[in-house]
Design a protein around this ligand. Structure first.
Ligand SMILES: Nc1nc2c(ncn2[C@@H]2O[C@H](COP(=O)(O)OP(=O)(O)OP(=O)(O)O)[C@@H](O)[C@H]2O)c(=O)[nH]1
Ligand SMILES: [Mg+2]
Length: 268
C-alpha cells in the first residue's frame, strides 16, 4: 500500500474535501461543531448557516493512516444553497447527507432536492456518500421519555434509500455525540480507500502501457453503485479547475480559492 495519497514520514497527510448537505435545521453545523469541539455543549442558539464555512480535522482511517478532512458546512436554506452549489461540490471527494430523524420532510428532501442537486452539480459516482440520520437523542426509544419528539423516519426507510443510491447509513446525535466521530471516520475511510485504489490502478497503468496511456480511463463504466468505494478509477479527466490532483486530495495552495487556511469562512 503506497502512493501519493498516504501520509509518509515527514510528508503531509492527504487532505480530502467533505461536504455536509441537507435541509436547514437538521444539524449539519452542530455535527461539525461536535466533531471539532467534542467537549463543548451543543449550542441551541446556533444560527442558520448563510454561506459556506469549513473546518479541518485530522481523522484516522481504517487503513491506519492519518488524513485531514476539510469539512464544508453548507447552508440548508434554498436561497443560499442554490447559488453556492457549484462551489460546494468543486473537488469534493465525499458528501454527508443529513436528515433529522424526527422530521420526515427533511428525509424526503434528500431524494426530492439534494440528490438532484448533487447529480446536477457533480459527478455523483466520484463522490463517496454517507447518509446520516441526526438527532437520535430525541427519539422516545433513546430517551425513555414519551414527551420527547418521536421518530418520523425509521431505520428501514433510511436503509432502503441507501440501497437505492448506493451509500451507507448511521444515526447520530450532535447533542450527545453518539456516532459523530464514527460517521466522519466512516466516510473518510471510503474516500481514502478510493484514493489508494486510484493510485494503485494508475501506477499499474503506467507500468503496463507503453503507448497511448492517456485514453485508458475511458473504458471504465462510471454508472451504477459506488458502495464500498472501488469503482472510481476513471474520472481523472473530469476534474475541473486549477491545481486539482487526481489522487483525491484538495490542493490548498494552487488556485487560491479552495481555502488557503484551516478554518473559517470561504470567501467565495
Ligand atoms: N436534540 C438535538 N438537537 C440538535 C441536534 N443537532 C442539532 N440540533 C439542534 O437543531 C438546530 C439546528 O441545528 P444546526 O446545526 O444549526 O442545523 P443546520 O443543518 O446547520 O442548519 P442550516 O445552517 O440552516 O442549514 C439547533 O437548535 C441545534 O441545537 C441533535 O443531535 N439533537
Ligand atoms: Mg448550519
Amino acid at each position: 500500500m503506497s502512493g501519493r495519497a498516504t501520509s509518509t514520514p515527514g510528508g503531509k497527510p492527504p487532505l480530502y474535501k467533505i461536504v455536509m448537505l441537507g435541509d436547514s435545521g437538521v444539524g449539519k453545523t452542530s455535527l461539525v461543531a461536535r466533531l471539532t469541539n467534542p467537549d463543548r455543549p451543543l449550542n441551541h442558539d446556533i444560527s442558520a448557516t448563510m454561506g459556506i464555512e469549513f473546518d479541518t480535522q485530522m481523522l484516522d482511517t481504517p487503513q491506519g493512516h492519518k488524513v485531514k478532512a476539510q469539512i464544508w458546512d453548507t447552508a440548508g436554506q434554498e436561497r443560499f444553497a442554490r447559488v453556492l452549489l457549484p462551489t460546494y461540490f468543486r473537488k469534493a471527494k465525499g458528501v454527508i447527507l443529513v436528515y433529522d430523524i424526527t422530521n420526515i420532510k427533511s428525509f424526503e428532501s434528500l431524494s426530492e432536492r439534494w440528490m438532484t442537486q448533487l447529480n446536477d452539480h457533480s459527478n455523483s459516482d466520484d463522490l463517496a456518500k454517507l447518509l446520516v440520520g441526526n438527532k437520535s437523542d430525541l427519539t422516545s426509544e433513546s430517551s425513555g421519555d414519551n414527551s420527547s419528539s418521536s421518530r418520523e423516519v425509521t431505520a428501514e426507510k433510511a436503509m432502503s434509500f441507501c440501497q437505492e443510491y448506493g451509500m451507507e447509513f448511521l444515526e447520530t446525535s450532535a447533542k450527545s455525540g453518539n456516532n459523530v466521530l464514527t460517521a466522519f471516520e466512516k466516510l473518510i475511510g471510503i474516500v481514502h480507500d478510493r484514493a489508494l485504489n486510484n493510485n494503485n490502478s494508475s501506477s499499474s497503468n503506467n507500468n503496463n502501457t507503453t503507448t497511448n496511456n492517456k485514453n485508458n480511463s475511458k473504458s471504465t463504466s462510471g454508472s451504477g453503485q459506488n458502495k464500498g468505494g472501488n469503482n472510481n478509477n476513471n474520472k481523472s479527466e473530469s476534474s475541473t479547475g486549477g491545481g486539482g490532483d487526481d489522487d483525491g486530495t484538495v490542493n490548498l495552495n494552487a488556485s487560491g480559492n479552495e481555502g488557503g487556511d484551516d478554518s473559517g469562512a470561504c470567501g467565495c
